[in-house]
Design a protein. Sequence first.
Length: 135
Amino acid sequence: FQLALYRRLSMYGPDDQRVAAVVSNRAYMWLSAGDRARAEPAFREAVAIVRRDRDTPWSTRAQLEVNWGWTLMALDRNAEATTIFRGVLSAAREGVGVPNRLVFDAQWGLARALAQLGNAADSEEAYSLAIRIAT
């Protein structure tokens, strides 16, 4: 990964989605190995890169943000996860091209994070919206 990252950085600079792809691949590797604590900062870095790269498609950005949110939840950082999920849902409402599958994933994640935070009323509403999206 280090070699691939170095090559992408030297070819495209630090604010390019192709650099974010290498960073996110490292995050997915750590996530698949069960190392969420190492995956989370890599997802955060990848998201920061695609947020700076105006050419990154929203579908790519949303996928990274949803996975970052779920990773935060696995680390019991539910309040942070709700912020991430709400951002994806806000973008989806603005019609920027977030695929429906990711809207569902963000809505379901929001519902679960709110439930973990003990916010039953908002969690129930979020679950209801997720079910409507899925059907």
